[in-house]
Design a protein around this ligand. Structure first.
Ligand SMILES: *Cc1c(COP(=O)(O)O)cnc(C)c1O
Length: 365
């Protein structure tokens, strides 16, 4: 049986008629940028997260860098960010010429609250939390620290649509929640798309102005902005996806639960959710000391896997100028050497999952 690490086609065919009807409706409407689909999606997504406002943008990276820009974070400012995040989180900081200060994760892949205060300096302006793999970080402690030190709090929710901490949805704890709707994300578009959620009305307005060349009124430009508009077609298709968000998340939870119950190989460590957190299982990430052997073993059985991520941002060539060395973030680097995302997608069949579980339980070194 051939198993791919992800199957975006399954997510499409599950609601094929609804997606196709919406696509035709938008195509036939004659209106393609910033219209009623975007407005309706923004309203629905704000309501979904529990935030007051949502502003649609062109990508998750745009959500991140525009957030820091509008929060006034730039040259000379430091932002604390997990070492074990996707590099886009870090780019959101460095595009603004601010400095990323890398922090080690806890045993749940989230930001380790115990390590934050040691990293705070007079230049620290913000904390960027990534709810990696769809598992919420420990937001009670993190929000306390931000309040105590008067720091801005930005959440990278590109993998955590719907994940909660103490019943509150990720993205709503701080100043800005940044979302990506890249096709493989839990709520995925059919192209690039992103959004922010905020509770501050002025800030929401600033995002709307910034995404459209800095203009509120056509050809009257207040600030040097960007072209980062969510388009009508993606917004319409995202409305369809969002309507089914609950069942999509529940399906991923069922798949993850079965993995956690039935995987029983002492060579494989399973992911653990932090107390108070929920996970929406963007990825199901195992750890294995003999990862390369395991990948080869699974490849022979036609089971695809992905490493998220093999090179941590502080060691990426792009960030050589920051001068970080291997060994500086031992936990992060250890994870980069041992993590493996096993197949996880909406529409996985019971037979497919049984085949994957069987294979993993049969792995020996
Ligand atoms: C996907 C992702 C992003 C970037 O989103 P894009 O829409 O691809 O720009 C940022 N952060 C994390 C953690 C991601 O997984």
């Amino acid at each position: 049986m051939k198993i791919l690490p992800n199957r975006m086609d399954r997510g499409f065919y599950k609601y094929q008629t609804e997606f196709e009807a919406k696509a035709l409706e938008v195509l036939r409407s004659g209106w393609y940028i910033l219209g009623k689909e975007v407005e309706a999606f923004e309203e629905a997504f704000a309501a979904y997260t529990g935030a007051k406002y949502c502003v649609g943008l062109a990508s998750g990276l745009d959500a991140l860098w525009i957030a820091f820009r509008l929060l006034g974070i730039g040259k000379g400012d430091e932002v604390i960010v997990q070492g074990n995040t996707y590099i886009a989180s870090v780019m959101g900081i460095t595009i603004n010429e601010a400095t990323p200060i890398f922090i080690e994760p806890d045993e749940h892949f989230g930001m380790d609250p115990d390590k934050i205060e040691d990293l705070i300096t007079p230049n620290t302006k913000a904390i960027l939390v990534t709810h990696l793999y769809g598992m919420a970080s420990r937001m009670d402690r993190i929000t306390d620290i931000c309040r105590k030190h008067n720091l801005k709090l930005v959440e990278d929710c590109a993998q955590s649509h719907g994940a909660c901490f103490n019943g509150q949805m990720t993205g709503t704890f701080g100043d800005v929640g940044c979302f990506s709707f890249y096709p493989s994300k839990n709520i995925g578009a059919f192209g690039d798309a992103g959004a922010v959620v905020v509770n501050d009305e002025t800030l929401a307005k600033e995002f709307k102005i910034f995404r459209n060349y800095g203009s509120e009124k056509r050809y009257y430009n207040k600030v040097v902005g960007a072209n980062s508009r969510l388009d009508e077609l993606q917004a319409g298709l995202l409305r369809v996806r969002l309507k089914h968000a609950k069942e999509l998340t529940e399906e991923r939870e069922r798949i993850a639960q079965r993995y956690s119950e039935e995987l029983s190989n002492p060579l494989i460590m399973l992911p653990q959710i932090a107390p108070g957190a929920t996970a929406v299982w963007h990825q199901y990430v195992i750890r294995c000391e003999e990862r390369e052997k395991l990948i080869e073993y699974l490849n022979k059985r036609e089971i695809g896997t992905i490493i998220h991520y093999p090179i941590p941002p502080h060691l990426a060539q792009a960030y050589a100028y920051l001068g970080h060395q291997k060994g500086e973030l031992p936990i992060t680097e250890r994870l980069a050497d041992t993590v493996l995302s096993i197949p996880m997608y909406n529409g996985m069949t019971d037979d497919e999952q049984a085949y994957i579980i069987n294979a993993l339980n049969g792995f020996t070194n």
